[in-house]
Design a protein around this ligand. Structure first.
Ligand SMILES: Cc1cc2nc3c(=O)[nH]c(=O)nc-3n(C[C@H](O)[C@H](O)[C@H](O)COP(=O)(O)O)c2cc1C
Length: 408
C-alpha cells in the first residue's frame, strides 16, 4: 500500500490539485461591513492563513441571498458590486499556491428572528433550540426553490469571476441544503421530499446548476453531515447514500461534519460521540472510514483534529484525504506549517462552556471569533477573555449590528 503523508498533493476529479493534505475549515469571519460587503480585513486574515501553509482554505459562510443571513456581519454576494474587493481577497488567499473556496450558504430556518422575521425552509418545522430566538419558518413553494438554486449558481459564477479557485456548498449543520436532506425538517410530499432520493433533489439540482456555470474543470465541494444526531434525522446509512449520489454527480471533494444548531456535535459538544472516535481525535473518523468504502471521492474530515500523530494516523489509514482544521487555525494561523515541518505540539483547546445549554451551543463559535478578529486586525491571536466575557462581547456585537441593520 502506498504511504500517505500530510505533504502529499491531492488530485481532484476535475483535474485541479491541492498542494498538500491540510485544509482550513470554514470559519464564519463576521468581518463584512455593515452592508455585508467584503472588507480589507478579509484580505488581511486570508493573507495570514495563506502564509500559514494549508493547501486548501474554505472561507466562512458567504450568503447567496441578502434576505437570508446567518449572522449580521456575513459577506453577501448576490451581484457584481464587490468584484474588485472579491478579487483582492481571492488573490491574497491564493498567493502561496493554496486553493481558496468560498462557502456558499443559505441558513434556511437557522436565521435569528431579529435578522429574518420569517425564514424559509422545506417545511414549516420550528427549531427546538433557541427559546424563541428563531421564528417558525415558512415552507418554500417550488418557484422559490428553483429561484434559490439559481442564486447558488449566480454566487458561484461571481466567485469564479473574482478568481477563487473553487467553491464549497454548505450542505451540513442544519442549513437549507441539509434541512432538505433531513426527514425531521423536510416533510414535503411533492418532488422535493418524501423519500431519500427526493430529499436529495435540492442538493443535486443545486450542484448541477453550479456545475453548469463553473464548468467541468472547476472544483466544487460540499460540506455534509455524517448524521444529524437527532432522532428521525439523517443517519449514517442514508448519508452514505448521499455520498454515492454526490460522486455520481461529479463532486470534487466532500467535507464531512455532523450535527446542527440543535445538537452541535460538530464542535465536540455531544457525548454520544463514540469513545473510540474520541480516542482518535476526529469526531467523525469512523464515518469517514465507512464512507471510504463506498466512494473514491476525496474526503476532508473536520472536527477534533489537534495533534500531528492524530492527523498522520488518519491520513495514513487512507480514509481521510484532507485534514480539516477550524479552531486550531483561530489560535495559531501558522499551525499548518508546523504540522508540515514536524514541529507542531498537540493543541489543547479546553471546551468553552458557561453551563447554560442555549449559550454553550454557540459559545465555541463566539469564543473563537475573538482571536480570528485579532488576526484580521493584523495582531497576534492572544486571547485573554474568559467564557462569560466572550459571550458578553459576542452578544453585544451581534445585537448592535442587528440593531444598526434594522435602522439603516
Ligand atoms: C468561529 C467559528 C466559526 C465557524 N463558522 C463556520 C462556517 O461559517 N461554516 C461552517 O461550515 N462551519 C463553521 N464552523 C465549524 C468549523 O468549520 C468546524 O466544523 C468546527 O470548528 C470543528 O472543527 P475543529 O474541531 O477543527 O474546530 C465554525 C467554527 C468556529 C469555531
Amino acid at each position: 500500500m502506498p504511504t500517505r503523508d500530510l505533504h502529499d498533493p491531492v488530485p481532484l476529479p476535475c483535474g485541479a490539485t491541492l498542494k498538500n493534505r491540510i485544509g482550513k475549515s470554514s470559519l464564519s469571519e463576521q468581518i463584512s461591513d455593515r452592508e455585508n460587503r467584503p472588507t480589507s480585513d478579509l484580505v488581511r486574515i486570508y493573507t495570514r492563513w495563506a502564509n500559514g501553509g494549508a493547501g486548501l482554505m474554505m472561507t466562512g459562510n458567504v450568503m447567496i441571498d441578502r434576505t437570508a443571513l446567518e449572522e449580521p456581519r456575513n459577506v453577501v454576494v448576490d451581484d457584481e458590486r464587490d468584484l474588485p474587493m472579491l478579487k483582492e481577497w481571492a488573490t491574497a488567499a491564493q498567493s502561496t499556491g493554496a486553493h481558496c473556496w468560498p462557502q456558499l450558504s443559505h441558513p434556511g430556518r437557522q436565521s435569528l428572528r431579529t435578522l429574518t422575521p420569517v425564514p424559509v425552509a422545506p417545511s414549516a418545522v420550528p427549531m427546538t433550540f433557541g427559546r424563541g430566538l428563531y421564528a417558525t419558518p415558512r415552507a418554500l413553494d417550488e418557484k422559490e426553490i428553483l429561484d434559490i438554486i439559481q442564486k447558488f449558481a449566480r454566487t458561484a459564477r461571481i466567485m469564479k469571476d473574482a478568481g477563487f479557485s473553487g467553491v464549497q456548498l454548505m450542505g451540513a449543520h442544519g442549513y437549507l441544503i441539509s434541512s432538505f436532506l433531513s426527514a425531521i425538517t423536510n416533510k414535503r410530499e411533492d418532488d422535493w421530499g418524501g423519500s431519500p432520493e427526493k430529499r436529495s433533489r435540492f442538493m443535486v439540482e443545486t450542484l448541477r446548476a453550479v456545475r453548469a456555470v463553473v464548468g467541468k474543470a472547476y472544483p466544487i465541494s460540499i460540506k455534509v453531515n455524517s448524521a444529524d444526531f437527532q432522532r428521525g434525522g439523517i443517519e449514517e446509512e442514508e448519508s452514505l447514500g448521499v455520498l454515492k449520489t454526490l460522486e455520481d454527480e461529479g463532486i470534487d471533494l466532500v467535507k464531512i461534519s455532523g450535527g446542527s444548531y440543535e445538537n452541535a456535535v460538530m464542535m465536540g459538544q455531544d457525548l454520544t460521540v463514540r469513545e473510540s472516535t474520541k480516542a482518535r481525535e476526529a469526531y467523525f473518523l469512523t464515518f469517514a472510514e465507512k464512507a471510504r468504502a463506498v466512494t473514491s471521492v476525496p474526503l476532508m474530515l473536520t472536527g477534533g483534529f489537534r495533534s500531528l500523530p492524530g492527523m498522520k494516523a488518519a491520513v495514513e489509514a487512507g480514509a481521510v484525504g484532507v485534514v480539516g482544521l477550524g479552531r486550531p487555525l483561530c489560535v495559531d494561523p501558522d499551525f499548518a506549517n508546523k504540522l508540515l515541518d514536524g514541529t507542531a505540539q498537540p493543541m489543547v483547546l479546553p471546551p468553552r462552556r458557561v453551563g447554560v445549554a442555549e449559550f454553550d451551543a454557540i459559545l465555541e463559535v463566539f469564543w473563537y471569533t475573538q482571536p480570528l478578529h485579532l488576526i484580521a486586525a493584523g495582531k497576534e491571536p492572544a486571547i485573554d477573555k474568559g467564557n462569560w466575557s466572550a459571550l458578553a462581547v459576542a452578544l453585544w456585537n451581534n445585537g448592535f449590528d442587528t440593531f444598526r441593520r434594522k435602522r439603516s
